[in-house]
Design a protein around this ligand. Structure first.
Ligand SMILES: [Zn+2]
Ligand SMILES: [Zn+2]
Length: 214
């Protein structure tokens, strides 16, 4: 479905796995929340260094340390892509001063660093494809990348295990986006929690077939 050019095999590294931790005693309080932060590292001169989602405040040191291990500084990042504009996904955008920004949202700052677009599918960055995955937010976007012969989808909050397993979705777009991602990916990097692949992915596909709008 998505054709990548020869050599478009980016190195994909999860700098931080997203967390979403409710307080044990108070069901409406989150103790900790931060999105997954993913690095796509340029492997040739044509490709770019890309960060997908930048997490919540308080994780700056963790991010810079994880980048150092990849021999990168925040200044080396060419693009920051936010799957959507929730705080837990974009609070550290400011660290990446040289990056162009692509944010899954329907209004933009009149700011040269932000790339404005009508459809995520129109954005052209070597080595990756962007797709619209509305539902969690109307303007949510996801990123497709190829690595190690696998197709990865970095899915932000468009893939939510609890929602899929509950059988209830907030809207039809959400169901459509979930199915689109499940049918595209060999490996899903969700906005919170561990990567989804193999048996887990197959189980989720079956569960997604039962999804209904609540
Ligand atoms: Zn989130
Ligand atoms: Zn969100």
């Amino acid at each position: 479905m998505y054709n990548f050019g020869k050599g478009d095999k980016m190195k994909i590294t999860i700098l931080k796995q997203g967390i979403h931790k409710w307080n044990k005693n108070k069901s409406n309080i989150l103790d900790e929340i931060c999105s997954t932060i993913t690095l796509l590292k340029a492997e040739n001169s044509k490709e770019k260094n890309i960060i997908i989602d930048t997490g919540n405040l308080g994780y700056e040191d963790e991010i810079t340390k994880a980048l150092k291990k990849e021999n990168l500084n925040p200044e080396d990042i060419d693009y920051v892509i936010n799957t959507h504009s929730h705080q837990d996904h974009c609070s550290n955008n400011y660290l990446f001063r040289n990056a162009k920004r692509i944010i899954g949202k329907s209004i933009w700052l009149q700011d040269k660093s932000h790339i404005q677009y009508n459809s995520a599918e129109d954005i052209n960055i070597p080595g990756i494809k962007l797709i619209s995955t509305p539902g969690h937010k109307p303007s949510h976007i996801s990123v497709i990348a190829e690595s190690d012969k696998n197709t990865y989808v970095i899915a932000g909050d468009a893939i939510n295990l609890q929602a899929i397993n509950s059988g209830k979705a907030p809207n039809q777009d959400y169901i459509d986006s979930t199915k689109k991602i499940l049918n595209t990916a060999d490996i899903i990097i969700p906005g919170h929690g561990p990567v989804i692949k193999d048996k887990k992915l197959e189980e989720l596909k079956k569960a997604a077939d039962q999804l209904e709008v609540k």
